[in-house]
Design a protein around this ligand. Structure first.
Ligand code: FES
Length: 154
């Protein structure tokens, strides 16, 4: 038997069924990721479809997608709508490249960290983590940070 998608849930029921703390649900709602209605007694009620939205939020967060990006992706669909497998497919494909970019960045950081293990110099001239891509060197020679402080009076 299919679940009743029109059933309304209390915040406690949503927390229990989603495994997400009530405080996090309130936070998601304050950020516009999920929406509730209020009873005459001003208590929150969520449509049961919110559980699917929360599952998507949890999966996306687990892969490191920022809440703003999740909100933007969910914003393409009506609030509390039942997202189809195809819509989830669109969303997850869009996040795949973002995930790949972060993996490449982390691999580069890991490789640079290999150079630092056992070194300890933290040199602006030589340490790839302290001064990635020698960004300061591109500004010219000399004590770039000191000169910047002097120039800006800080
Ligand atoms: S600490 Fe020496 S290269 Fe990074």
């Amino acid at each position: 038997m299919a679940a009743d998608s029109t059933r309304m849930l209390t915040v406690g029921e949503v927390a229990r069924r989603s495994g997400i703390a009530v405080s996090a649900l309130h936070f998601y709602e304050s950020k516009g990721l999920i929406a509730s209605t209020r009873t005459a007694g001003n208590q929150r009620r969520y449509p049961s479809l919110v559980l699917r939205t929360l599952a998507i939020i949890k999966v996306a967060q687990r892969t490191g997608i920022a809440l703003d990006d999740i909100k933007q992706a969910l914003g393409r669909y009506p609030p509390n709508s039942k997202l189809t497998a195809a819509q989830w497919g669109e969303m997850s494909s869009a996040w795949r490249e973002d995930l790949n970019q972060r993996i490449r960045l982390l691999q580069a950081l890991r490789d640079n960290l290999d150079n630092c293990i056992g070194c300890g110099c933290l040199s602006l001239q030589q340490c790839p983590l302290r001064n990635p891509q020698d960004v300061l060197g591109e500004e010219g020679s000399g004590p770039r940070i000191l000169e910047r402080h002097v120039r800006e009076g800080t």
